[in-house]
Design a protein around this ligand. Structure first.
Ligand SMILES: Nc1ncnc2c1ncn2[C@@H]1O[C@H](COP(=O)(O)OP(=O)(O)OP(=O)(O)O)[C@@H](O)[C@H]1O
Ligand SMILES: [Mg+2]
Length: 407
């Protein structure tokens, strides 16, 4: 291990055995005797990277790409099938919700238990106890059994323990999303403080935004393999390209509609100015969103709804045929509802389209298809934030303006 690395992941692979349905009869069991009742599944394949001391590295990838498995191998909860992880320094981690808590014990007992598992002496824990409880904002609940905690309380306690153990290496798996916004901000502030203090951090989050804010570099995982490692920005770009590409391979895979369902969304797509399906849109230009539907019978009260969601999960645009006062009965068969947007002034990034068909005047969705399509927006670098608009800047000297005004 070179001296300035805090974490080295070397050719790491992890295999799980996926067991098939159990044999049901004695005969089947006899017939299948010695046959493989399982299949090998590689959750990680030859993953290698290094994290320098004091560096924060993010891990991004779609659901099931192996992020949590990787963190569990780093923390030693899982034993790799091959390869190894080398760590330098005291590690503290916050993995999946409630992992490591004993539900029958109180918050107080869990703090001590958790710390003792990390090898921290009782005296030390007692010294840090008040800080932990204060950070978690659980003064009134610390003697309750944790099984009565809400998911937010779990995460607050877990995070408070993890950061107050004064670790050299902190491993965090997708937990900040659970707390409320003010707690998230507090955690972020604490993470920044730890970064300034030289703590090495491995950070999993589904938020591209957060990953870019917190990490200097990031790893992209796809089906257990390392697709990319580079600056956090380049990693997120590569991850987004990859999502768009994969979704394109199965463009809004038309869904099958249940015969009892009156009407449903089959797919959604983005249209460019020439009316062709696209996955890249220029900011500020026009765009179209098409919802392809299938109606099993005539429906005269269908409201078509579209939403555009950014990668932090915020709905940045929504519209529906009711709001547009467009009331047209739908006849049995297939068709498309096309929304034309005169301009889409969004900042650069990846966006998802949600499509739904609602029964007019009710809260009942005939059908809803979230993340039915994905597209990328490219905007001038001058616009940051949610929307993009042309910006100009100029400098005005106060002296001159007052003089000009006086003239
Ligand atoms: N103990 C296990 N036994 C069998 N398969 C497992 C086990 N743990 C994880 N897997 C599988 O390994 C793959 C990777 O899972 P993992 O939890 O690492 O994904 P992830 O990237 O963390 O996903 P998410 O974004 O949903 O948290 C998944 O297909 C999952 O089903
Ligand atoms: Mg996970």
């Amino acid at each position: 291990m070179t001296t300035d690395n805090a974490i080295e992941v070397q050719d790491l692979s992890k295999r799980f055995k996926l067991y098939h349905e159990k044999a049901t009869s004695l005969k089947e069991r006899v017939v299948n005797f010695r046959k493989n009742a399982y299949e090998d599944f590689w959750a990680l394949k030859d993953v290698s990277f290094e994290v320098k001391e004091g560096e924060t590295v993010g891990i991004v990838g779609r659901n099931g790409s192996g992020k949590s498995t990787l963190l569990k191998c780093v923390t030693g909860i899982l034993r790799p099938t091959s390869g190894q992880v080398v760590l330098r320094g005291q590690l503290s981690s916050l993995l999946e919700l409630g992992a490591g808590f004993q539900s029958e014990l109180s918050g107080r007992d869990n703090v001590f238990l958790n710390a003792s598992l990390l090898g921290i002496p009782v005296k030390e824990v007692a010294r840090r106890f008040d800080d932990i409880v204060a950070f978690a904002e659980l003064e009134h609940f610390i003697d309750n059994q944790v099984k009565f905690y809400s998911s937010g309380m779990y995460v607050r306690l877990g995070f408070a323990i993890a950061i107050n153990m004064e670790p050299d290496i902190l491993v965090v798996d997708e937990v900040l999303a659970v707390g409320d916004e003010s707690f998230q901000a507090k955690c972020l502030e604490k993470i920044r403080e730890m970064q300034r203090g030289g703590v090495t951090i491995l950070f999993v989050s589904h938020s591209a935004d957060l990953t870019k804010k917190v990490c200097s570099r990031a790893v992209v995982l796809q089906h257990g393999e390392m697709l990319f490692m580079g600056s956090a920005k380049d990693a997120i770009d590569s991850y987004h390209d990859n999502i768009v590409e994969q979704d394109q391979l199965a463009p809004g895979t038309p869904r099958t509609l249940h015969p009892d369902q009156p009407i449903g969304v089959e797919s959604a797509s983005i249209l460019s100015t020439d009316g062709r399906s696209t996955d890249e849109v220029d900011s500020g230009g026009p765009a179209g969103i098409t919802i392809a539907y299938r109606a099993n019978r005539d429906v005269d009260d269908a409201v078509f709804m579209v939403e555009i969601q950014n990668d932090s999960g915020a709905i940045v645009f929504a519209s529906n045929t009711d709001a547009l006062e467009f009331y047209q009965p739908i006849t049995e068969g297939t068709g498309e509802m096309v929304f034309t947007l005169e301009s889409l002034p969004l900042s650069s990034g990846l966006y998802m389209v949600n499509a739904a068909i609602r029964k007019r005047g009710t809260d009942h969705d005939y059908d809803r298809f979230d993340r039915a399509a994905a597209f990328k927006v490219s905007a001038p670098r001058s616009s940051l934030g949610i929307i993009a608009t042309p910006v100009h800047v100029q400098l005005e000297s106060l002296d001159r303006t007052t003089r000009d005004r006086a003239v």
